[in-house]
Design a protein around this ligand. Structure first.
Ligand SMILES: Cc1cc2nc3c(=O)[nH]c(=O)nc-3n(C[C@H](O)[C@H](O)[C@H](O)COP(=O)(O)O)c2cc1C
Length: 225
């Protein structure tokens, strides 16, 4: 006998632009209420689009993000309050968007309601409007209204320590240059963690993409990117 849960019934929704029953659908496909997921968030910039890894927490039918003011994403959102959250399982894209601008061929040709092209490799696309935000000294807490979503792909989920270790290292690497200047203790703590993850990756992960990306992160940190 083949077992399946009722997420299979959402296969009929794949590729459709969904605007109704959003809370229920998000829960069914695993984006539970209260869960923070790591997205690649695309915003408008003056001559196209900009993508960066940003965490988004779901609370009912709304998404919240803490966005630091020293990011391009913040600057872009202040000019045009639309975004697309791309949910995807692609550590390489997280790596590229942490440090560089994503090449245009990583974007899809289709455009939905926001006018922002989603990423070709996104499994779930969530179109967002920045409804309001709380202003703190170094960051804003943004509240996004969900305009619509597109489920591109449902695929088996699995855990791997490799993805976790590289993703954590990437996040830490974005804060290290700042802490190096203003908080030596935090700087050393994050460097120690990256070192720990690097040893883990060397021990249990394949070269491509994990060891390669870990080496690149450490090289960037050593060269004070
Ligand atoms: C997995 C991951 C999650 C991140 N989440 C956030 C976040 O929620 N808010 C934020 O301001 N920066 C976050 N960052 C850091 C930014 O993506 C990083 O500073 C980026 O280079 C700057 O964004 P920008 O390209 O818009 O300037 C995250 C980085 C990673 C790797």
């Amino acid at each position: 006998m083949v077992h399946s849960d009722d997420s299979a019934m959402y296969i009929g929704l794949i590729g459709k632009y969904i605007t109704k029953n959003i809370e229920n659908i998000l829960s069914k496909i695993g984006y539970s209420d209260g869960l923070l997921v790591e997205s690649i968030l695309t915003t408008f910039k003056s001559d196209g689009f900009h993508s960066a890894p940003i965490g988004i927490k779901r609370l009912s039918n709304t998404l919240f993000s803490k966005i630091f003011k020293d990011t391009d994403t913040y600057v872009n959102l202040m000019k045009k309050p639309y975004a697309v959250a791309n949910l995807l399982d692609d550590i390489e894209l997280f790596y590229i968007t942490t440090f560089d601008e994503l090449p245009m061929d990583e974007y899809d040709e289709v455009i939905y309601k926001t006018g922002i092209k989603p990423l070709r490799n996104a499994d779930l696309i969530i179109e967002l409007y920045l409804e309001e935000y709380s202003d703190f000294k170094e960051y804003i807490e943004a509240r996004f209204k969900i305009i619509g979503l597109i489920i591109r792909r449902l695929r088996p989920c699995y855990y791997t320590r490799c993805k976790h270790a590289v993703l954590e290292s990437l996040i830490h690497s974005t804060r290290i240059p700042i802490f190096k200047e203003v908080n030596r203790i935090e700087f050393e703590k994050l460097m120690m963690l990256i070192n720990h993850y690097s040893q883990l990756v060397n021990r249990i992960c394949p070269e491509d993409p994990y060891k390669r990306i870990m080496r690149a992160i450490i090289e960037k940190l050593n060269s004070n990117y």
